[in-house]
Design a protein around this ligand. Structure first.
Ligand code: NAP
Length: 324
């Protein structure tokens, strides 16, 4: 029986692992088989994580977090969670590779998944010109004309990065003002390869075997137009990844896992949640790391209270102080 199983290996998961490992709880991190390290693995330069004045590459930052967790005894498993049983004093985690883990506490740090536009042909042309990851696929668009859809930091980051390869990058945004931070906006505005297409949404993607163009619709007057591009990068935000806990953990109206106040406590005793999966607002690497810290401390306090009670299932409801 483990003390703590952490599901997810982004900044929230690894920071929870660092704290839990230093508290000698010997946490197990189910890191995912293909997506270990989380969203920062698809990022280039991270300029706003404290402690790195020169910036650091996203994958390097995640490798350092993992190393730090392992240094204190965290065990990282490259597997994916298939199902969870979170009720009761003993939690069961079953994985895709057929392993079953039992633990007194679980920290859910599953992050968020790329949002899709939700139009016909998006799926069909995925990997054939439609992409959600500039750092993964940008290389394939050397000297091509491409479009990025979105107006947030992700869209600005993708567009700016893609100018390394593409001859031209359109940014298609549904309004006439960006949501992105000032510094990211200014960088994009100053780039001669980037052209903004304001007040438009993508309603169609054409191409048989690969993307050849987009159909746009004006959000002002509904008029339609076309844009000749060979690639489309979708950067319209993320949705919390909660499918594993549906029916077990309470969610908020925004779709994130509900936690009590500033804690990481979910509606189930011994189950904690951290990072993007509980955060509809800030969603930064630094805030996720802070959230992972909270979850590890909450799990530690919960386990200490269990030990004081002397038996694993004694008075769990009262000890956890969870939301009603
Ligand atoms: P976001 O801030 O939620 O922005 C999403 C953008 O996509 C918005 O401009 C939104 O338009 C647009 N959008 C949403 N749904 C759409 C749809 N169905 N069709 C067309 N457009 C749609 O998401 P994000 O850019 O991924 O950023 C998420 C968080 O990560 C933010 O907190 C951001 O600061 C952070 N982040 C930081 C960095 C960095 O600091 N280097 C880099 C990337 C992300 P509206 O504006 O009209 O709503």
């Amino acid at each position: 029986m483990h003390n703590v199983i952490i599901i997810g290996s982004g900044p929230a998961g690894y920071t929870a692992a660092i704290y839990a490992a230093r508290a000698q709880l010997e946490p197990v991190v189910i890191a995912s088989s293909v997506a270990a390290g989380g969203e920062l693995m698809n990022t280039t330069e991270v300029e706003n994580f404290p402690g790195f004045p020169e910036g650091i590459q996203g994958p390097d930052l995640m490798m350092k977090m993992q190393e730090q967790a392992e240094r204190f005894g965290a065990k990282v498993v490259y597997d994916d969670v298939d199902s969870l049983e979170l009720e009761g004093p003993v939690k069961t985690v079953k994985t895709m590779l057929g392993e079953t883990y039992e633990a007194r506490t679980v920290i859910v740090a599953t992050g968020s998944a790329y949002r899709k536009i939700g139009i016909e042909d998006e799926e069909r042309l995925s990997g054939r010109g439609v992409s959600w990851c500039a750092t993964c696929d940008g290389f394939f668009f050397k000297d091509k004309t491409i479009a990025v859809v979105g107006g947030g930091d992700s869209a600005m980051e993708e567009a700016t990065f893609l100018t390394r390869f593409a001859s031209k990058v359109y940014v298609v945004h549904r309004r006439d003002a960006l949501r992105a931070s000032k510094i990211m906006q200014e960088r994009a505005f100053a780039d001669p390869k980037i052209e903004f297409v304001w007040n438009n949404e993508v309603i169609g993607i054409s191409g048989e075997d690969s993307v050849t163009g987009l159909t746009l619709r004006s959000t002002e007057d509904g008029s339609e137009s076309t844009l000749d591009v060979q690639g489309l990068f979708v950067a319209i935000g993320n949705d919390p990844r909660t499918h594993l806990v549906h029916g077990q953990l309470d969610l908020t109206s925004e779709g994130t896992i509900a936690v009590e106040g500033r804690s990481s406590r979910t509606n189930l005793p011994g189950v904690f949640a951290a990072g993007d999966v509980i955060d509809p607002t800030y969603r930064q690497a630094a805030t996720a790391a802070g959230s992972g810290t909270v979850a590890a401390l909450d799990a530690e306090h919960y386990l200490a209270a269990l030990n004081e009670a002397g038996e694993p299932d004694a008075g769990v409801d009262q000890l956890a102080g969870n939301i009603a």
